[in-house]
Design a protein around this ligand. Sequence first.
Ligand code: SAM
Length: 238
Amino acid sequence: MRNARTIILNLIRRYLTRHGYTLAHTNISGVEPLKLWMSDTGFLMIWDEICKKTMIDVSRAYMIYQLLLNVRHLKGAAAEIGVWRGGTAQLISSVLYHKMIYLFDTFEGLPAVSPDFDKNFHCEGEFGDTCYEDVKNLFAQQDYVKVIKGVFPGSIEKNNTYPREFCFVHVDVDLYQSAKDSCEHFYPLLVPGGVMIFDDYGFGTCPGVRQAVDEFFKGKHGHFYLPTGQYVVIKNGD
Ligand SMILES: C[S@@+](CC[C@H](N)C(=O)[O-])C[C@H]1O[C@@H](n2cnc3c(N)ncnc32)[C@H](O)[C@@H]1O
């Protein structure tokens, strides 16, 4: 029963966010800020390609896009934890095509949920409506993209080609433990100026992500909340 409720709520959320309904940023004079993504043709070409393979809406995608443009010159690889059908991963690979990109997902849905933070909103196996082979095929022509199946962080390839430095990490995992593990693994490997961006942080359905991020970044500098619901961390060498 709870699983059915969770699935229905997430379908509604996915529909609403894809169509931008969560974002009404009208200021006091009643004037809405510009939707710059509507006129950015470079971005729109990518969005057109990915929008049916992602759960995020166009404004969140544009935040990611702009951050990607800002880390292009940095050293280090890129990663995404929480790939699902590969939409946001394609966004990353469209901009950082000169870097190694590591994509982590079970491709069988969410792993075990935390009884303390996640269980009222998510269930194990949710988002299992994807296919590892399909996502692998999506990146078949891009040998700089590695698609890694399994529960992160146990799925990390422990060999000497695995990067020691990252410049960009997109964390879209919905769950407390997955977000915590992502922070613990990637933040120490982030180069100065490197970016981690968390989807889900501002959404009532993902309290575990907010909990994990707040715990980890307490006392550190260079992190802030976006009105899109995302949370951004920029490493400044502390
Ligand atoms: C919301 S979906 C990702 C959506 C995707 N970024 C997009 O394009 O919109 C969340 C994904 O996180 C994955 N996930 C969560 N925790 C994980 C973990 N510890 N290891 C591997 N995959 C995980 C789930 O399998 C699921 O596919």
